[in-house]
Design a protein around this ligand. Structure first.
Ligand SMILES: Nc1nc2c(ncn2[C@@H]2O[C@H](COP(=O)(O)OP(=O)(O)OP(=O)(O)O)[C@@H](O)[C@H]2O)c(=O)[nH]1
Length: 622
């Protein structure tokens, strides 16, 4: 049975039981009282009858026969015993009389002494009897003057009569009445309980349905409805509960739709808690928004990649992954992160994708590649990883319609479902990252181009201004030399004058290639001015730099510059100075290289001059 119903019926039964008990006790008490009163009256009457009979016997002289008189009276219905005892005065006047007429017990004695009647119940609860011991008091009033026969003062206790009467019939009547009352109360209780059960049924059923519906709601299922059975408050509760459930479902559905739009993928809520899942997705989106704010404030694309790697590791618990950056122009793919290690070698894919980014299926198709069931989907997935039964999921990061980077998750088959579940949220992160990465890359390339000379593709003077101090401090820290080579084409003005400015530009472009080809990749070739070039030879002392300068001079001398339809020979002059021998400050060494170049021009051009103190001493300290 249901708890509420049990409680109410138990309470009602208890009340009924208590009521029965009270009624029974009250009935018994009143029956007892009634029985005593009736018996008292009955015995008083009998006592009076005996007195009159005894007086009559005395007057008619038949007092000797009083014994049989008393026996006859005692046999009257309702009386069990009638016994007369003599008082002390009568005993003195007439002797002690019959044996039965002597005081038999303490009650007799106390009545004879006090002159007060005693009425009491005897015989126990199962066979109750009423005993009355009533005194006969001498009086001159009334029908007969007692004092005529008894020479005693008025009000003397002449004797007493003890009568016992059975009250068994009263007990039976009481039991009958009480039984009837108990049965009536029990009947009333049964009818009340049945009625109450019927009355409680809708309440209990509604409460049960609400309980089931609330349990469902706690588990995220708001589809349960409660039947409205009555038109009273219970029915109203059911209707209002349904309205509440519908309201929540409606609002939750709207929140869910919005969340679906934000995540751009319908989350799989099957068998899961809708409310908890939605709340978790919203929290996830808040984290995505914070992530977006953080990456927008980051300086470089590398920092953004680092944050993506932190999200993968800390939020999604993925420790094995790759992040690739696509260079669409060169069609190469750079590994920016492998298992949280920046700029690590390609590990989870075949190395070939580095030189051919289209080898990566995600780059080629621009779609997510799910290798959680079949690793053969992408041929570039590392054969070694596949042999270890690793699976993968590659998510392209689309920047303005093309793949800018790829995030590859690598996991065990047992983790496949978990990875599938977190995919929508990860995609939300990547969607936020895409425009930011694009902006960072654009900024980087703008910055790069602002530091480059557009015509020759060499670094420009602005670059030098930015990095000069860094170059010197690097050399100082690593205790390595550095030589600056200042170069200038000889008689370049006539080229412009004779062949035109475009021809002059072509000569400068070809010269830039010659310069670049004759130095190491780590050296810096800078277009310093119009036809003036600076080469920073890192970790190179002046002796070694002299050889490089000579090699360049010779290469320029041998080169045939294509100008218009014809070819042209040109020479170049160079001046060089080194750190730390010639100067300690970058701009000082540069100045000395320039002074040496001037000396080379002065010395007849097409030559290399190494700085020496004499070139500057006339001009004083730098
Ligand atoms: N076509 C072209 N000419 C340039 C550029 N920058 C500077 N020039 C020219 O380079 C010439 C430099 O001439 P000058 O400084 O007189 O020296 P030069 O004729 O090379 O003779 P020396 O340096 O003394 O051997 C000038 O005519 C400039 O106009 C450029 O970007 N393109």
């Amino acid at each position: 049975m249901h708890k509420l119903q049990t409680k109410i019926i138990f309470a009602l039964s208890s009340v009924m039981l208590l009521l029965t008990l009270v009624i029974t006790l009250a009935s018994l008490a009143s029956f007892r009282d009634f029985s005593i009163r009736a018996a008292t009256e009955h015995t008083r009457t009998a006592a009076e009858v005996i007195r009159v009979a005894l007086t009559e016997a005395m007057l008619t002289g038949t007092i000797d026969k009083r014994d049989s008189l008393l026996q006859r009276i005692a046999s009257v219905n309702g009386l069990d015993e009638a016994r007369v005892i003599r008082g002390h005065q009568v005993e003195q006047q007439y002797g002690s009389g019959l044996l039965a007429e002597m005081a038999a017990d303490p009650i007799d004695l106390s009545v004879l002494n006090s002159g007060e009647p005693v009425f009491t119940l005897i015989g126990g609860i199962f066979s109750p009897e009423f005993r009355a011991t009533i005194p006969y008091i001498a009086t001159s009033d009334g029908d007969v003057n007692c004092l005529l026969c008894h020479s005693v003062p008025e009000n003397t206790v002449l004797g007493a009569v003890t009568l016992t009467a059975s009250i068994e019939h009263m007990k039976s009547a009481a039991i009958m009445t009480v039984s009837f009352l108990v049965m009536a109360v029990a009947l009333f209780a049964i009818i009340s309980i049945l009625f109450l059960r019927r009355l409680l049924q809708p309440l209990v059923m509604t409460a049960n349905e609400i309980e089931i519906a609330v349990e469902g709601a706690i588990a995220g299922d708001f589809s349960h409805r409660v039947e409205s059975r009555t038109n009273d408050e219970i029915g109203k509760i059911a209707r209002q509960f349904n309205a509440l459930s519908e309201g929540i479902t409606h609002k939750l559905s709207r929140i869910r739709e919005n969340v679906v739009q934000l995540v751009q993928s319908k989350p799989d809520y099957n068998g899961s808690n809708l409310l908890t899942e939605t709340a978790e997705t919203v929290s996830g989106l808040v984290r995505v928004s914070r992530f977006k704010q953080a990456i927008e404030e980051d300086e470089t694309a590398s920092e953004v990649f680092l944050r993506i790697s932190e999200v993968l590791e800390q939020e999604f618990g993925i420790e094995t992954f790759s992040i690739y950056e696509v260079n669409a122009q060169k069609k190469i793919l750079r590994s920016v992160m492998v298992d949280s290690v920046p700029d690590a070698k390609i590990h989870w894919c075949e190395q070939a994708i580095h030189d051919h980014c289209t080898g990566c299926r995600a780059v080629r198709t621009g779609h997510m590649i799910d290798g959680s069931d079949n690793t053969q989907i992408c041929r570039s997935f590392s054969m070694e990883a596949a042999s270890q039964d690793k699976r993968y999921l590659c998510l392209p990061v689309i920047e303005s319609g093309s793949v800018g980077s790829v995030v590859q998750l690598v996991f065990d088959p047992a983790d496949a479902q978990r990875v599938r579940n977190l995919r929508p949220m990860l995609e939300a992160y990547l969607r936020e990252a895409a425009p930011v990465l694009q902006a960072k890359r654009l900024m980087a390339s703008l910055r790069e181009s602002s530091l480059k000379d557009a015509m020759t593709g060499l670094r420009n003077r602005r670059f030098l201004e930015e990095y000069a101090e860094t170059l010197i401090s690097q050399c100082k820290r690593r205790k390595v030399p550095m030589t600056l080579l200042m170069m200038d084409l000889d008689y370049f003005k006539p080229v412009n004058d004779t062949y035109g400015h475009d021809a002059g530009d072509q000569v400068l472009r070809e010269l830039a290639v010659i310069l670049q080809d004759n130095v190491r990749e780590s050296d810096l070739v800078i277009r310093y001015g119009g036809e003036e070039f600076l080469i920073v030879l890192l970790e190179t002392d002046a002796e070694a730099a002299l050889l490089v300068a000579e090699k360049i001079r010779s290469a320029v001398e041998k080169h045939k510059f294509k100008v218009g339809g014809t070819s042209l020979s040109k020479t170049i002059s160079a001046g060089l100075a080194d750190y730390p021998n010639d100067g300690q400050a970058f701009w000082q060494v540069l100045k000395f290289a320039d002074v040496s170049l001037y000396a080379a021009k002065e010395g007849g051009r097409n030559q290399v001059v190494r700085f020496h103190k004499a070139l500057w001493s006339e001009k004083g300290d730098y």
